[in-house]
Design a binder for this molecule. Structure first.
Ligand code: CO
Length: 212
């Protein structure tokens, strides 16, 4: 229970610190949120979107799942996306993968049957679609990280094809989609690919390798 007590204590300390820095900190957040970004990232505990972008509460609308996958039939993500695009009217959607992703590693290795293997179906599809390039890389870190990068690009294409994003593009909304990777080794986010309403989705190239 020590860890749980510590978590709750840390929360009180944080609240006191925020109040000390700005007495209006909590008042201004009570009634509404107006985030500029929807963040779609991996559930990995080492990849903390608010901290690594120094975002304050109210800055990022967040959805996370293992290996940052976008399934058009994922009710959870589609609801998040609909709300972000049509109610909050975010200007940017980021999909952020990360160096050494365990989900991507499992998609390469083949996870044992079960919930995780089921979830990773799209990641295995990305692996199979780019088998030739991946097979040309040494096994291990390099192959995993290349699949991390290609996966971000392919998931961004899935995102671009969703009804919510297509409708926003058709309506001329200034919505931008960004594919990024986070490098655990130096804490840097590296942009890979960007999609806007004029992008021809069939022509989005594979990203440069950045997780070397
Ligand atoms: Co991950």
């Amino acid at each position: 229970m020590k860890e749980v007590d510590q978590l709750l204590l840390s929360n009180r300390a944080w609240a006191a610190e925020m109040l000390h820095e700005n007495p209006e900190f909590f008042n201004r957040n009570i009634n509404w949120q107006r985030p500029v970004f929807l963040w779609i990232g991996c559930s990995d505990s080492r990849v903390a979107p608010d901290q690594m972008t120094q975002s304050v509460p109210g800055g990022l609308f967040v959805h996370r799942n293992i290996a940052n996958l976008v399934y058009p039939d994922d009710r959870n993500l589609m609801a998040v996306l609909d709300y972000a695009v049509n109610v909050l009217e975010v200007a940017h959607i980021v999909i952020c993968g990360h160096y050494g992703c365990g989900g991507i590693q499992a998609a390469l290795d083949g996870a044992p049957d079960g919930a995780i293997a089921n979830w990773l179906e799209h990641a295995r599809q990305v692996r199979d679609d780019h088998e030739a390039e991946l097979a040309g890389l040494p096994e291990g870190e390099q192959r995993v990280n290349r699949l991390v990068e290609i996966n971000v690009r392919d998931q961004l294409l899935h995102l671009a094809g969703t009804p919510a994003v297509q409708a926003a593009f058709a309506a001329g909304k200034p919505l931008l989609l960004h594919g990024w990777v986070y490098d655990l080794r130096d804490g840097h986010i590296k942009p890979l690919v960007r999609i806007d309403r004029d992008t021809v989705l069939d022509e989005v190239p594979k990203p440069e390798r950045v997780l070397l």
